[in-house]
Design a protein around this ligand. Structure first.
Ligand code: PGA
Length: 247
């Protein structure tokens, strides 16, 4: 059965995208103060997180009841390591929003398959995620669900593909500093989130955004599976949007 196109909002620029994303998240948290929220790191959602922090400073946002689920983490990296994605999420989202540290859940960073399965089972028993805030890699990955990843893949350890290593090199200054493996929440769990917010900015994402949203749903483009989510919202800026169709 063909998957209907998702709701896509095209914003003028990155700042407008960040404000629109913050509006959506703030509205969601106002309605669901104890939301279970998957939080991505990466450059794209940082403006959105800063916008949320401003709203908290103004007294317009209370996120103290939220539980944060870290989307992914490099394997074998301790939280104190400057490259830890948990550390990045703490600095950019958890602390600025006043979320208690005990409300933060990481993935099993040793990647032990039993621990990953237990993690997924526990999340599922608790009712799954309420909101997933996601970016997209130039290779179509979501979290570190590298291609090929279909809709059924669980939380697990993955090998990073060269494209991901290159893009992550921008975070840490040098590809040699990028860990080669990571643990990621699987597509299966992400696809059961009640609401999913996908953000993409800049010309480097233009081609993969078009393939993900308008092309075939395929494991070769993991983000294309998000179109089967219960409530997918996509925010892109003009630079990242090519609505010319799937050709
Ligand atoms: P970015 O990363 O927001 O830094 O572009 C997105 C991703 O690789 O998932």
């Amino acid at each position: 059965m063909p998957v209907p196109p998702p709701r896509i909002d095209v914003l003028d620029d990155y700042d407008a995208l960040s404000r629109a994303g913050a509006d959506m998240v703030a509205d969601f948290l106002a309605a669901t103060p104890t939301a279970r929220v998957v939080v991505a790191t990466g450059v794209t959602p940082m403006g959105l997180y800063r916008e949320l922090a401003h709203r908290r400073e103004r007294g317009d946002l209370d996120a103290t009841g939220v539980t944060v689920f870290l989307l992914d983490e490099y394997a074998g990296i301790e939280p104190e390591d400057g490259r830890s994605l948990l550390g990045w999420a703490l600095r950019s989202f958890v602390e600025p929003l006043g979320i208690p540290p005990e409300h933060v859940v990481s993935v099993p960073t040793d990647g032990d398959p039993d621990a990953c399965a237990a993690y997924d089972l526990e999340v599922e028993r608790a009712g799954g995620y309420d909101l997933a805030i996601l970016g997209i890699g130039t290779n179509g990955h979501v979290g570190f669900n590298e291609p090929p990843s279909d809709a059924s893949v669980p939380t697990r350890m993955v090998e990073l593909l060269p494209e991901s290593i290159d893009s992550n090199a921008a975070y840490w200054g040098d590809a040699a500093r990028v860990p080669r493996r990571a643990v990621t929440i699987g597509m299966a769990g992400l696809l059961r989130s009640r609401m999913t917010l996908l953000v993409a900015s800049g010309a480097s994402k233009r081609e993969i955004v078009r393939r993900s949203l308008l092309g075939p749903v395929t494991a070769e483009v993991p983000a294309s599976h998000l179109r089967a989510s219960a409530d997918l919202r996509v925010l892109v800026d003009r630079a990242a949007w090519d609505g010319s169709g799937p050709t």
